[in-house]
Design a protein around this ligand. Structure first.
Ligand SMILES: Cc1ncc(C[n+]2csc(CCOP(=O)(O)OP(=O)(O)O)c2C)c(N)n1
Ligand SMILES: [Mg+2]
Length: 551
């Protein structure tokens, strides 16, 4: 209720979107960072014509309703990103604005702004208090994300009550310090002032804008507005009835008068807006056919035609490497190979470029002055970086993956073509024995070399031991039963997982008869060559554990 008037101005007069095609690439993005106000978003989607039924709104927060307590991206009804953890939506929106600016730098041409959308975000006191807002907003200001427009729901209330007791920041000064364009003291119930603020924010192209809206939580509820109880408690029948009077809303629950419904319905304008963009794009195709093809390929989420061949070459070339190597260097070599075959490749580091080995050959650094690049220095802002990246990735609609590398050199494992392709199944047999194994050893990454040595020695001594390399348990778990059984046969109960880290997560593979050699305490500093023996990660110790399990 508190932000409804602002939403009405934004969605009614400014937001560029097509309810019939929520994925139109050049739509404006809208993020509700104060995700607990999800009903506001569902109402807007419903009223403007997205395929969301009134019955779903009626079953708000019930099992099976798409109108969940917090907006969920997977529902595919125009919710741009899942929100709820406060501050996270704001940071994700920063990523969306970043992606917009990068794509614009790569594809726009004079007279052809084919990537030209805004990212709007609603954020509350909670978002402002959360630390992530600092990282993300400092980054947005530094990189001058001019098409990012945030609305601060400045209502002075959070769950515990009046925020004055725990939040006294001068938010305007704070954001000015981040180099944002700040529009203070906007009356959240005056449509003209709100519209003027949005126009002023749009006119500012070199800085993100913060529109600070003075609002009242639960606006219109006569006794509860402005109090903490308006945050989470149901208003109750009596208060709702009185609010209807207060707001001059004479209709029955869930009844929208035809005239108002027609005013809200955005399907026609949305279709027209997308059509206008399509016409612009058709002219762009004539003028810049290569760029247009590239844009279409990326937005269709297709890999380049040469990708398969290019990738095969990478595997071949890097497989020939025989000297021990830190896997972060192997990663660098992979990046160097991949980048030239993938124009959309984008990388960066939170101030650990030389340690992460992330700066691939011919990477072009993005700076606040030049966005035509593919490498970001995020500064020391890991949390902001990861949240922003989920906004960048939302453009491509892909889930995240995490690859973890070592600084110490590791021996290269020789693998057959079959093993190389099975590696893509998350786990595979790296060393096998004759007949049924007496024991299966499972390892991943830096532990594989040690285990390979131990398993070879045990097999040479007459035992039957299998070594499974498990680079990704999630991918392995997603394989069919037959494949998983072929790697980890149920009859083999003697199992040993080796992990130079927490044992949690491995027990489901080794079972109660198995063991995990791991580190369930804080680590220590030193050279890998000293630390591994200190914690028992040696071929000798692995061999001993195998003998105990099989003996
Ligand atoms: C990271 C995080 N911590 C805590 C919460 C729980 N929580 C939900 S809403 C809220 C208060 C938010 O206050 P504000 O943003 O001012 O929202 P308002 O009450 O004004 O709508 C809290 C603490 C959360 N959703 N996310
Ligand atoms: Mg608040």
């Amino acid at each position: 209720m508190g932000m409804a008037d602002i939403a009405q101005v934004l969605w009614g007069d400014f937001l560029k979107h097509n309810p019939a095609h929520p994925e139109w690439v050049d739509r404006d993005r809208f993020v509700l960072s104060n995700g607990h106000a999800s009903m506001l978003l569902y109402s807007l989607l419903y009223l403007t014509g997205y395929p969301l039924g009134l019955d779903e709104i009626k079953s708000f927060r019930q099992l099976g309703s798409r109108c969940a307590g917090h907006p969920e991206y997977e529902l595919k009804v125009g919710i741009e990103t899942t929100t709820g953890p406060l501050g996270q939506g704001l940071a994700t929106a920063v990523g969306m604005a970043l992606a917009q600016k990068m794509l614009a730098a790569q594809f726009n041409k004079p007279g052809f702004n084919i990537v030209d959308h805004y990212t709007y975000v609603f954020a509350g006191d909670g978002c402002m208090m959360e630390g992530i807002s600092h990282e993300a907003c400092s980054m947005a200001g530094t990189f001058g994300l001019g098409k990012l427009i945030a609305f601060y729901d400045d209502n002075g209330i959070s769950i515990d009550g009046k925020v004055d007791g725990w939040f006294r920041d001068d938010t305007a000064k704070r954001f000015e310090g981040y180099h944002w364009h700040v529009i203070p003291n906007v009356d959240g119930y005056n449509p003209e002032t709100i519209a003027a603020a949005i126009r002023s924010a749009q006119a500012e192209t070199s800085r993100p804008s913060l529109i600070m809206c003075k609002t009242i939580i639960g606006y219109g509820a006569p006794t509860k507005q402005g109090t903490k109880s308006a945050h989470g408690e149901a208003l109750g029948a009596d208060e709702v009835a009185r609010a209807r009077k207060e707001l001059n809303w004479p209709y029955e629950p869930f009844v929208i008068p035809d005239e108002l419904a027609a005013q809200w319905d955005h399907r026609k304008q949305g279709q027209a807006a997308e059509q206008a963009w399509k016409e612009l794009f058709a002219r762009y195709q004539k003028e810049f056919p290569d760029l247009a093809r590239e844009f279409e390929r990326r937005t269709a989420r297709e890999l380049p035609k040469t990708w398969g061949e290019h990738k095969a070459q990478v595997v071949e070339a890097l497989g020939a490497q025989s000297k021990p190597q830190a896997t972060r260097q192997s990663s660098q070599a992979v990046l160097d190979f991949l980048a030239p075959g993938l124009p959309e490749f984008f990388g960066g580091s939170a101030d650990l470029t030389p340690s992460n080995n992330t700066q691939f050959k011919n990477a072009v650094t993005i700076t606040p002055e030049s966005f035509a690049g593919n490498y970001m220095h995020y500064g020391v802002r890991e949390f902001g970086m990861t949240a922003a990246l989920s906004g960048v990735a939302a453009i491509e609609h892909k889930g995240p993956s995490l690859l973890v590398f070592t600084r110490q050199a590791l021996p290269q494992q020789q693998r057959t073509p079959q093993q190389k392709s099975d590696a893509a199944r998350g786990g595979y047999v790296l060393i096998d024995c004759e007949g049924t194994a007496q024991c299966v050893v499972i390892a991943t990454g830096s532990e594989v070399g040690i285990c390979a040595e131990a398993v070879k020695a045990a097999n040479a001594a007459g035992l039957r031991i299998r070594l499974v390399s498990m680079p990704c348990t999630e991918v392995f778990d997603a394989q069919d039963e037959a494949y998983r059984e072929s790697v980890l046969p149920k009859v083999v109960k003697a199992r040993l997982a080796v992990e130079a880290g927490a044992t949690l997560g491995w027990w489901k593979y080794v079972g109660t008869d198995g063991r995990v050699l791991g580190i369930d305490r804080f680590g220590a500093s030193g050279k890998a060559a000293d630390l591994f023996p200190h914690f028992g990660f040696t071929a000798d110790n692995v061999g001993r554990q195998i003998r105990e399990l099989t003996g």
